[in-house]
Design a protein around this ligand. Structure first.
Ligand code: GLU
Length: 465
């Protein structure tokens, strides 16, 4: 049997970190078994689904470098197939038209999972067709009473048994005739020959409902694997309130896809003590047995750590290319040849201190940002004494004649300090502020070398009266 998994996002918002992890686990599992990973956009909720969000989700998955097989399936296009199955279930008496008013049994008060209270049973489930009024209705699935439980083996959680009296007669078609999620998913998974459904544990009750539909239709059920949710540092479900919770947030901060993949894979899955790895390694190691049963905690420090390792493992030229792309897309800056070259020279000095492209940008933007901006920052940090020091230094170095490189600059500054009875930092700090607008940066003589004599003097002159 071919292993076929799918990722089935609803395009109603940005791709959540949890969704990205679900996509990754489905991909890793399929590829570890030499199977296929498919993508299905669940866009049947016409009010909430937006094509711009579909595009964003697809871009996010592309960005993560997890390629899907076959054509993307748009659930909306399968509406007729869903309808046929709804009609079939109605015809066989496995589903029924329900005319009961919605306000009498909203979803929240009918489904009291975990409370032992029996769930909603519609008064219409056993009434004969002749008694049906000519009014709006929804179609509900007739949850069987015998057997009273459903048992199944979850690939992560093991043997599970569910009391069916806690599952309400759930809606499978809305009053406009459109299929709900629980029906559409079964029909599509069946037609797409999905062998394994891997998704978040918040779908467990949906799985019970879907299993009932599979049984009613006499279809082979796929294997199910429910992965534990991702929690924030306070042990609550990770949400928008936690600041960064969508993949886009991390893209914008300049995390590399390799680092995100590595970190997401470790959120709930492990292989021996491996912490730092690439996608191919993860494919070769992935098993559903390696997925833990308890919630995983989103630990930003761990992400930063992994991210840093991925950054420094990349060749300098690649970082340079990625950084230029990042600056263009997220900072809207296209660098000229000469600034791009300065950035290239500067990168080796700064990469080791940074955890993301965003941090590298912050640390290097002084090279190319507008003079006024840097000047403003410097102005706030330099006092009169520092200005005087800079002024004297400019006077001395202007007329000095030596090759403008870090080694000779270092020698020059040391000699100058000795003559003027200054310590290196007495001159180093004001220089750093005047040249970069900041008090922290890599070695000042390297920065002077990269800026070149002309720009160094220009920048210093701007900071003296
Ligand atoms: N569209 C559903 C969601 O985004 C898919 C769940 C599933 O994998 O079946 O939660």
């Amino acid at each position: 049997m071919e292993i076929r998994t799918r990722f089935a996002p609803s395009p109603t918002g940005d791709l959540h970190i949890g969704g990205a992890r679900t996509a990754l686990f489905n991909y890793l599992f399929a590829k570890s078994m030499k199977g296929k990973f498919l993508l299905r956009i669940e866009d049947t909720d016409l009010k909430r689904s937006k094509s711009s969000l579909t595009e964003k989700i697809i871009n996010d998955i592309k960005w993560l470098n997890i390629p899907w097989d076959e054509e993307i399936v748009f659930q909306r296009q399968n509406r007729n197939k869903h309808k046929q199955i709804i009609d079939y279930l109605l015809e066989k008496g496995l589903a029924f038209k329900c005319f009961a008013k919605k306000e009498n049994h909203t979803e929240s008060n009918i489904e009291k999972i975990g409370t032992r209270e029996p769930a909603f049973r519609s008064p219409w489930r056993d009434l004969s067709k002749n008694t049906q009024p000519n009014k709006q209705y929804v179609v509900r699935f007739k949850v069987p009473s015998d057997p009273s439980r459903i048992n199944f083996t979850d690939k992560v959680r093991g043997e599970l048994s569910w009391d069916l009296s806690t599952i309400e007669d759930f809606v499978i078609a809305r009053s406009d005739g459109s299929s709900t999620y629980n029906l559409a998913v079964v029909v599509d998974d069946h037609n797409m020959k999905i062998s394994h459904v891997i998704r978040g544990e918040d779908h467990l009750t949906n799985t019970v409902k879907q299993l009932l539909v599979y049984q009613a239709l006499n279809w082979v059920t796929p294997e199910f694997a429910h992965i534990p949710l991702i929690h924030n540092e306070r042990g609550e479900k990770l949400s928008k309130r936690d600041g960064k919770s969508s993949l886009l947030d991390f893209k914008q901060e300049g995390f590399l896809p390799d680092a995100m993949l590595n970190y997401l894979a470790r959120l709930g899955w492990s292989y021996k003590d491996e912490e730092f790895f690439n996608l191919n390694q993860a494919i070769s190691w992935f098993t559903l047995d390696g997925v833990g049963k308890s919630p995983s905690r989103f630990d930003i420090k761990k992400l930063l750590n992994i991210s840093k390792k991925h950054l420094i493992s990349k060749p300098a030229d690649e970082i340079h290319k990625l950084l230029l792309q990042y600056i263009k897309i997220y900072k809207n800056i296209s660098l000229s040849e000469s600034f791009s070259e300065k950035l290239r020279q500067y990168l080796p000095l700064v990469v080791e201190r940074c955890t993301s492209l965003g941090e590298i940008f912050e640390a290097s933007s002084f090279l190319f940002e507008a003079d006024e901006l840097r000047d403003k920052k410097a102005l706030a940090l330099l006092d009169d004494n520092s200005r005087k020091i800079i002024s004297n230094f400019v006077y001395a170095i202007k007329s000095a004649n030596f090759a403008w490189n870090s080694k000779l600059l270092n020698e020059f500054i040391n000699a100058y300090c000795q003559e003027s009875s200054l310590k290196f930092r007495d001159i180093g700090i004001p220089l750093r502020i005047a040249l970069t607008g900041s008090t922290s940066s890599p070695s000042i003589v390297h920065i002077m070398e990269i800026l070149g004599k002309h720009q160094t003097l220009d920048r210093l002159n701007m900071n003296v009266d």
